[in-house]
Design a protein around this ligand. Structure first.
Ligand code: FAD
Length: 550
């Protein structure tokens, strides 16, 4: 098999192929849904193309709570099949991408007048473990009041009655998208970012292609395909409108905000999922140098491209945190960053944001366009399987061809060739020895690139003369790698999504920025105008996470 890479340097070749060849399947949307479909379809033997109008994961898929989870709250809503499916999926994703999916204990405090008592929590977590097929050693443990407060001393001690400790899986959503995308590329999918679907092209009423705009090279082209899947997340209804197929169900967007707090301001020892006074529940999750909290869940009817955090969102989350962790005494000025995403849920008459099902659904249009909507990051592989089953069935009928069954449960994702914690720890040790990074920094690097970390280290060695400073040399190595293997084109691609530094390591953005700009400009040949515009985009991304609308 040729060593195919998702390289920004190969964009012109990819676009040439997209313009000249015909595909079995064209996917619109480069979030987790589109990425999963591309991987599933290409590994069944289809000729696949995928376009993303901004950067991979730029939409909702980089702005989630970053958990691969069984969805405890769906158990409360009696969505048994959903809990079962996503619960089982966790284990598969963890096995196939051990560098970005990590099991972690989650504490569910039982509080006076909370939504769940001791018995119901114990029973609920037991049922959850059974449905999700959780291994015996990872099953829930019930804690006394004393044990709960010992585990998390910041919890308010006047209301805690006890707790339940269960397993969740922490992830990096944007990196999960990119690893799935890289894997799909490895198997031959033609994938490109900054390319937007503008119009469908029809022949006798059937959609046979899409007119697209390549925003990078500023040109328009047509991509021809037998099947077109609309996997545009919150934007799917916009594309359905273009296709005149907005009949029946529609999306219901809800907004979710997360706040980032410096670890010293909110030094949580343990991830906690806790009750809010209005009956909702939110997460507080320590992660390296910060703790993040979220999420809100409110109806959203404004511009989809640029949702924003309001001062009310900040007040709501801080009030909830201060109520449960009064010693933290958090104020709006303590917030160091934030992100906001839109859930592409399916509308159900009379239901409020938190009551809407997180199930996915496929819509078929008369023109043949297939839309996949709803769902969760966690269920992406099964969503892809169902969508590609539908595509395969149609192609088999129409073209008398036969495709292989889904096998993505057995495909190790890019960076995932690591056998368990032992090998991950060895890689962390090697990284420390070769770079001089401290343990936390080395772990952050390994959890980003997994079994591809040695490629960064090789590049690091080669750059010694040019960047004598080790911290600068590391980011330089990452920029080269992500241009060549993760289609990084804009500085925000690496500093916001590939590395998450704008959210989690803001002090490094300042020092990394000149290096990132220089290497990108030299390697990709930025014009002066591009350089100025892209630097502005990065500055906006950097500043907007602290701009809270009144
Ligand atoms: P998106 O990620 O939005 O991708 C769609 C893409 O299509 C976008 O990148 C967009 O740019 C592109 N696009 C749009 N129009 C066009 C066009 N015309 N041409 C080309 N491209 C186009 N799920 C979990 O499992 N765990 C969680 O912890 C979790 N937490 C969440 C917290 C919040 C606040 C939110 C909002 C969601 C959360 N979810 C979680 C749900 C999960 O994030 C989403 O279900 C998932 O990311 C949706 O992915 P998607 O690919 O369908 O949409």
């Amino acid at each position: 098999m040729p060593d195919l890479k998702l390289s920004a340097l190969e964009r012109p070749d990819t676009l040439k192929k997209l313009a000249e060849e015909k595909f079995d399947l064209l996917i619109i949307g480069g979030g987790i849904t589109g990425a999963g479909i591309a991987l599933d379809a290409v590994t069944r033997g289809m000729k696949v193309a995928l376009i993303e109008k901004r950067d991979f994961g730029w939409g909702t898929s980089s702005r989630s709570t970053k958990l691969i989870h069984g969805g405890l709250r769906y158990l409360k809503q009696l969505e048994i099949n959903l809990v079962r499916e996503v619960g089982r999926e966790r284990a598969i994703i963890h096995r196939n991408a051990p560098h970005i999916v990590h099991p972690e204990n989650m504490l569910l405090p039982i509080i006076k007048q909370g939504s769940l008592g001791k018995r119901s929590t114990s029973l609920g977590l037991y049922v959850y473990d059974m449905l999700a097929g959780v291994q015996r050693k990872e099953r829930r443990v019930m804690l006394t009041r004393h044990e709960t407060l010992k585990l998390e001393p910041l919890l308010r001690d006047d209301v805690v009655l006890g707790g339940g400790l269960y397993k969740e899986y922490r992830t990096d959503d944007a990196r999960l998208v990119i690893e799935v995308m890289k894997t799909a590329r490895k198997f031959g999918a033609e994938i490109v970012n900054y390319t937007e679907a503008l119009e469908f092209v029809y022949d006798h009423g059937k959609a046979v292609g899409v007119e697209v705009r390549d925003h990078w090279d500023d040109r328009t082209l047509t991509i021809k395909a037998d099947k077109i899947v609309n996997a545009a997340g919150p934007w799917v209804d916009g594309l359905r409108q273009l296709d005149n197929s907005m009949n029946g169900k529609r999306l219901h967007l809800t907004k979710g905000v997360h706040l980032v707090l410096p670890y010293e301001k909110f030094p949580l020892k343990q991830a906690v999922y806790f009750d809010v006074e209005d009956g909702r529940m939110i997460f507080a999750i320590p992660r390296d140098k910060i703790t993040y909290v979220g999420t809100t869940d409110t109806n959203y009817k404004h511009e989809i491209d640029s949702p924003y955090v309001t001062a009310d969102d900040v007040a709501y989350l801080l009030k909830a945190v201060n109520h449960m962790f009064p010693k933290a005494e958090l104020k709006p000025e303590d917030v160091s960053s934030s992100w906001v995403g839109l859930r592409p849920l399916i509308h159900e008459e009379g239901k409020g944001p938190s009551e809407l099902s997180r199930k996915d659904e496929i819509f078929y249009s008369k023109s043949g366009v297939i839309t996949i909507a709803g769902g969760k990051l966690t269920g992406f592989r099964k969503m892809a399987e169902r969508t590609v089953d539908a595509v395969a069935e149609q192609l088999e009928k129409e073209q008398k061809r036969k495709f292989k069954p889904c096998k993505t449960d057995r495909i190790i994702l890019a960076g995932g060739k690591l056998k368990g914690t032992k090998e991950i720890n060895e890689l962390i040790e090697t990284t420390i020895t070769r770079t001089g990074l401290n343990k936390v920094e080395a772990r952050i690097l390994v959890e980003k690139y997994g079994s591809n970390t040695p490629k960064i280290l090789t590049r690091f060695d080669k750059l010694e003369a040019k960047y004598p400073n080790a911290a600068q040399r590391i980011i330089a190595a990452e920029v080269y790698y992500t241009i060549e293997e993760e289609m990084v084109v804009h500085p925000s691609d690496i500093l916001v999504r590939r590395s998450g530094k704008v959210y989690f390591e803001r002090e490094e953005v300042e020092t990394d920025k000149p290096i990132v700009m220089q290497i990108l400009a030299d390697t990709l040949g930025y014009t002066e105008a591009q350089q100025e515009g892209l630097e502005q985009e990065l500055d906006n991304d950097y500043n907007k996470v602290l701009a809270f609308a009144k």
